[in-house]
Design a protein around this ligand. Structure first.
Ligand SMILES: *Cc1c(COP(=O)(O)O)cnc(C)c1O
Length: 460
């Protein structure tokens, strides 16, 4: 008999949800310009917009917040955070920021000179923005399988070493600012890199004096997949695998709103004290003093506790990813096209496969996210042509291979029954897929357009 698992926590406090009618949701999505980012949360039933900052904190984290030291300089809470990052990730130099993009900004400014190339595995919206903003050119060196939603490759987040070697050869190692290595690649669907690949990339870069900077925002979930899928890691603890990932890098940017189990916060971690000094000089201009960055003392307390809690036992990450897999496998069972293998933080619906009557320029993923909201009040988000934006040189829309709706699961917030409700809604929308109409822009912001763009249905 297969034995079920359950969440390794029980509920101490509850937050009531709002139920709405279909008529209400139809009117709200029109008001929101068919952009789920522009809905009010009161009009949402199950909110799978993002797993960013939406975590439920533990009783230990809430009680740690009472110990927050709000001293402007040298706060005790900062030193607790330094210790937690050193103990769990092994980085000595900690630069606290308000969230991940604050760290990306600092890192890009200290390492990228105009005209430099930054190779990376796929891309992340804010990461690439800061790399380009600093004058760099991002080059995607992820393996081809990552762009194929059907590929069952167990490590679709891997860097293609031949692609990396070729761009290094083309521009020269001194024009490579650093290699930007994202763990559990968000836009590929939460897909991990193997330890073998992480080590090989680091070894290759060391021979050429190229720095490897992790986007370690989701390194915990990556560590879980290494434990599950890579030879030799089944008996290793998540804590030790995470540490081994970090050991194969020169530093990391982290959005603590994901793995680290807090609602706000982030950091840049480095090994080289000279680089850290440069980052701190910018930190005081853009974020705050070097012992708080963009966080209050209580934020740093909750974060230090969250970092320790995420690896305290392996049960946390097993149930976190297990819940995502439960939703994904239910959808697969009913024939809904989703990105496989199921990723670490969400289920990615293949909108291109689901809505073949729409061209990519008719924004199928944006339209599908709106249709699911209207059906049930479940809020997901677009990850396709709208998120990919325009090429800064030509001004043309980028046409990514992946045209997805992301249903992202917040940590420790929803139960298995919520996942059933979500699955039933998606299955029902899928059954009436041919009624979903394409969308067109009515307002398009210049950068990171998916957050605030407005759309209307294409007239028939
Ligand atoms: C969320 C995220 C970021 C950006 O972090 P913010 O805290 O939202 O600024 C960067 N990289 C990855 C992989 C992320 O998931």
């Amino acid at each position: 008999m297969t034995r079920s698992w359950a969440e390794p926590w029980k509920i101490k406090m509850v937050e009531p949800l709002t139920m709405t009618t279909r008529e209400h949701r139809e009117s709200e999505i029109g008001e929101a310009g068919y952009n789920t980012f522009l809905l009010r949360s009161d009009d949402v039933y199950i909110d799978l917009l993002t797993d960013s900052g939406t975590t439920a904190m533990s009783d230990r984290q809430w009680s740690a917040m009472m110990l927050g030291d709000e001293s402007y300089a040298g706060a005790n809470s900062f030193y607790k955070l330094v210790d937690a990052v050193r103990d769990v990730y092994g980085y000595d130099e900690l630069i606290p920021t308000h969230q991940g993009r604050g760290a990306e900004h600092l890192l890009s400014q200290i390492l990228i000179s105009p005209g430099d190339v930054v190779p990376g595995n796929m891309y992340f919206t804010t990461t690439r923005f800061h790399q380009e903003y600093a004058g760099g050119r991002f080059v995607d060196v992820i393996i081809d399988e990552a762009h194929d939603p059907r590929s069952m490759h167990p490590f679709k987040g891997n860097i293609d070493l031949a692609k990396l070697a070729s761009i290094v050869h083309e521009v020269g190692a001194d024009r490579i600012a650093y290699v930007s290595f994202e763990t559990n690649v968000n836009l590929a669907g939460g897909q991990p890199a193997s330890m073998e690949n992480i080590k090989a990339v680091y070894a290759f870069c060391r021979t050429l004096d190229i720095l490897v900077m992790l986007d370690a925002t989701r390194a915990l979930e990556n560590a879980y997949f290494i434990q599950q899928r890579e030879g030799g890691y089944a008996d290793r603890s998540i804590a030790s695998i995470l540490r081994e990932i970090a050991n194969n890098s020169d530093g990391a940017t982290v959005s603590s709103k994901k793995d680290n189990l807090v609602n706000i916060g982030g950091f840049l971690a480095l090994r080289d004290p000279d680089l850290a000094r440069k980052a701190r000089a910018l930190l005081v201009a853009f974020e705050g003093l070097h012992t708080y960055g963009g966080m209050s003392g209580r934020d740093m307390e909750a974060l230090a506790e969250g970092i320790r809690e995420m690896v305290h036992t392996d049960d946390h990450v097993r149930s976190r990813v297990g819940q995502v897999e439960y939703l994904g496998n239910t959808l697969l069972k009913y024939g809904v096209p989703v990105v496989t293998p199921i990723g670490g933080h969400g289920v990615f619906l293949d909108a291109a496969a689901m809505l073949p009557h729409l061209t990519q320029d008719e924004l199928p993923a944006q339209a599908l996210a709106a249709a699911i909201y209207v059906d049930s009040g479940v809020r997901g988000m677009e990850r396709g042509i709208v998120s990919a934006g325009r090429d800064p040189e030509t001004g043309d829309n980028r046409h990514p291979n992946l045209e997805l709706v992301r249903l992202t699961i917040p940590r420790r917030v929803y139960t298995q029954s919520h996942m059933d409700v979500v699955a039933e809604s998606v299955i029902e929308v899928c059954e009436h897929r041919e009624t979903i109409r394409g969308l067109q822009f009515v307002y398009e912001p210049d950068s990171l357009r998916f957050f605030q763009a407005r759309f209307e249905q294409i007239p028939v």
